[in-house]
Design a protein around this ligand. Structure first.
Ligand code: C2E
Ligand code: CA
Ligand code: CA
Ligand code: CA
Length: 277
């Protein structure tokens, strides 16, 4: 049967139409999903290497749909970006993160980092929401940070420039996400006025044996230090990676080695089990 070209074509065709169906399913379900309360914010702790302190976590959205089951953000975020649903969804994540970060169960100093798509910079309601969150957090030691992924032409846009200035004025920390992939360059770091650089998992996977990656990562760490930026390594799964990063003075790590993304109650329990800051 494997040699029958007609048969293998049929299989190919079926997987194509499966993917198309899923894509259309996601697209049609997205809008109502917010109102139907199908999204949840999970949180993945970031661990400071030297002290072992955990003073922040990244918000990662999860979608459980009654017909489609669990849908990965890697699948639905790009679709939400293309349909424009990312604007409402992004506002929901920000509001939810702002609510969670004020929970009395968290340590006094705590930050939640929220992924913000550059597409959201076109949302006329974004700045009012950010201003509202900034008022809510005034006088507390709880913070919201924004993780922004670099993209082509981003800094050419006047709209984006104005938004970045407003974000800075309102006091939100900014992290440049997925550093090393796409359009990253030194100039982005300085122009963005970022506080943090998040080094992409793909450069860390083969650390320490991949000497090219090791050289790249250590030079990014050095550069971040020179620019006064905090460096967070993403997707750290093994002790040998952690040891190398500690030796090379990376500030913080995030990854399955310490914890997967957790529901909010699970995060509180996880934090309970760690030494107090
Ligand atoms: P990201 O911002 O690069 O987030 C890190 C991803 O790596 C997350 O995948 C996280 O669960 C995963 N991860 C963390 N540690 C490890 C590890 O040690 N090993 C492995 N294999 N993976 C690890 P997730 O949650 O599936 O999110 C995928 C992407 O979807 C995110 O990549 C981000 O770009 C996007 N995303 C997630 N939530 C949001 C959101 O609320 N808004 C926007 N705009 N994008 C989001
Ligand atoms: Ca991120
Ligand atoms: Ca990232
Ligand atoms: Ca990444």
């Amino acid at each position: 049967a494997a040699k029958d070209p007609g048969n293998s074509f049929a299989r190919y065709d079926a997987s194509m139409s499966d993917r198309l169906n899923r894509w259309m399913g996601i697209r049609s379900q997205l809008q109502q999903a917010i109102h139907a309360d199908e999204f949840t914010v999970y949180l993945q702790p970031k661990v400071e290497i030297q002290s072992g302190n955990v003073t922040s976590a990244e918000a990662l959205i999860r979608w459980q749909n009654p017909t489609m089951g669990i849908v990965s953000p890697a699948d639905f975020i790009p679709i939400a970006e293309s349909t424009g649903d990312i604007m409402a969804l992004g506002r929901w994540v920000l509001s939810e993160a702002a609510r969670l970060v004020q929970d009395p169960g968290l340590p006094d100093q705590f930050a939640i980092a929220v992924n913000v798509s550059v597409k959201q910079f076109g949302d006329p309601r974004l700045i009012d929401l950010l201003a509202d969150i900034s008022r809510q957090l005034e006088g507390s030691q709880r913070k919201i940070e924004l993780e922004i992924t670099e993209s082509a032409l981003m800094l050419e846009s006047i709209e984006v420039k104005r938004m970045l200035r407003d974000i800075e004025r309102l006091g939100f920390g900014v992290a440049l996400d997925d550093f090393g992939t796409g359009y990253s360059s030194l100039s982005y770091l300085t122009q963005l006025n970022a506080d943090t650089v998040k080094l992409d998992k793909s450069f860390l996977d083969e650390i320490p044996v991949n000497t090219k990656h090791a050289a790249f990562v250590s030079s990014v760490i050095h550069m971040a230090k020179t620019l006064g930026l905090k460096l967070v390594a993403e997707g750290v799964e093994r002790v040998d990676q952690l040891e190398w990063l500690a030796l090379n003075q990376c500030d913080a790590v995030q990854g399955y080695l310490f914890s997967r993304p957790l529901s909010f109650p699970d995060l509180l329990t996880w934090l309970e089990g760690r030494p107090k800051v």
